[in-house]
Design a protein around this ligand. Structure first.
Ligand code: NI
Length: 177
């Protein structure tokens, strides 16, 4: 591929990463009342815990492989004595996710453009794009668990909700009628 084509692919990858974050924010805003407390099964993490966990997982892997990009970012979890509490303020969750999504995107973009490795003492990616793919997989997994949690709570998201919030973010469809 030419350098221009490479650049186009990198932009598309970063765009896909941003769309993934848009989906998380859409879901956050579409939650029913008490939705943050939903969990798939007894003992499963609540949706609130999963949002804070998604954010801290991003921070963990950036800290491991490109720490400069994580230095100004705070956790959404906070410690209260023995307990680790997840953030429950929707706006603060959204601001945190926006910041960590940007940090991941920036770290990958700079690593690809400069040919820098994303390798730390304990964690290494064979290519910076694999950090994006790893996190996409991880976050898709948690969105599935969140959907199950809402269903278990008796408030499943309808197709009318998930189409614009999730699937419509990825592609356009037009059908001749
Ligand atoms: Ni996880």
């Amino acid at each position: 591929m030419t350098k221009t084509q490479d650049q186009g692919v990198l932009e598309a990858l970063l765009d896909s990463w941003n769309r993934n974050n848009t989906i998380l924010l859409n879901l956050l805003r579409a939650l029913p009342e008490d939705g943050l407390e939903a969990r798939a099964m007894e003992g499963s993490p609540t949706i609130a815990v999963q949002f804070s966990h998604i954010h801290s997982t991003r921070l963990f892997f950036i800290n491991q492989t490109a720490p400069a990009f994580a230095k100004d970012l705070a956790q959404l979890f906070r410690q209260d004595g023995e307990n680790r509490l997840a953030e429950r303020n929707l706006e603060r969750i959204a601001v945190g996710l926006e910041a960590s999504a940007k940090a991941v995107g920036d770290a990958v973009k700079i690593a690809v453009e400069t040919g820098r490795d994303m390798k730390g003492t304990n964690v290494a990616y064979d290519h910076p794009v694999l950090l994006l793919q790893h996190l996409l997989w991880h976050e898709g997994y948690h969105v599935g668990q969140m959907m199950l949690g809402l269903k278990a709570m008796g408030q499943p998201m309808s197709e009318e909700q998930t189409e614009p919030a999730i699937w419509g973010v990825w592609r356009r469809e037009e059908w001749d009628t």
